[in-house]
Design a protein. Structure first.
Length: 166
C-alpha cells in the first residue's frame, strides 16, 4: 500500500523538481525577432514585442537579408520619431544579429533603411531583471540546489497526505 502511494507521488515530484531546476533563472532564452517571419516589413512588431516577457540575459536574434534591412538600437525619442540623426546606441547589419539583453531597461529597436521604421519596423521592449541572473547578487549554486532539494522534500512530504485525501 505504502509503496504504491510513494510511486504515485514520486513521478509528479520528479517532474516538479526538474521544472524548478530548469526555471531557476540560469536559463536564458533566444528570441527570433518576428518569430519565423524574421525581421522584415510584413511583420507587426508592436504585437510581436508584447508576446514575451524579456529578462536580462535573453538574446534577440534579428534575421533578414543582409543589406535589405538592419537593426539599430536607439533611444526612445529616436524610436518615436524614426529620426536616427542622433540617439543611435548600437548598429547591427550582419543579417543574423544576436543582441544580448544585458541590462534591465527599456530597449528600442528600429530598421534604419529609409522608410522602414515609419513603415513599422520598430519596437520597444521592457527587459526585466531575472531572479538569479541578476548580476549584482549572485546566489551560490550550492544554496539554490539546497533550496530545490528542500522544496522537493516538502512536496514529497505533503504530497502523500494530499494523495490520501484526494
Ligand atoms: Cu528594414
Amino acid at each position: 500500500m505504502e509503496d504504491k502511494i510513494i510511486s504515485c507521488v514520486r513521478v509528479p515530484v520528479i517532474i516538479l523538481m526538474i521544472w524548478f531546476s530548469l526555471f531557476d533563472g540560469a536559463v536564458s532564452e533566444i528570441y527570433d525577432v518576428g518569430d519565423e517571419n524574421g525581421w522584415n516589413s510584413e511583420v507587426d512588431f508592436a504585437s510581436w514585442s508584447e508576446k514575451y516577457n524579456f529578462t536580462v540575459g535573453d538574446v534577440l536574434e534579428f534575421k533578414y537579408s543582409k543589406g535589405q534591412h538592419n537593426a539599430f538600437e536607439v533611444t526612445e525619442s529616436a524610436y518615436r520619431t524614426c529620426d536616427t540623426s542622433s540617439g543611435v546606441l548600437a548598429k547591427y547589419e550582419s543579417g543574423e544579429d544576436e543582441v544580448k539583453l544585458n541590462e534591465s531597461k527599456k530597449y528600442w529597436f528600429v530598421c534604419n533603411v529609409s522608410g522602414h521604421c515609419l513603415g513599422g519596423m520598430r519596437f520597444g521592449i521592457d527587459v526585466k531583471a531575472g531572479n538569479i541572473t541578476n548580476n549584482s547578487e549572485p546566489i551560490p549554486s550550492a544554496n539554490s540546489a539546497y533550496h530545490r532539494w528542500s522544496l522537493g522534500l516538502y512536496l514529497f512530504a505533503f504530497g502523500i497526505p494530499l494523495h490520501l485525501f484526494s
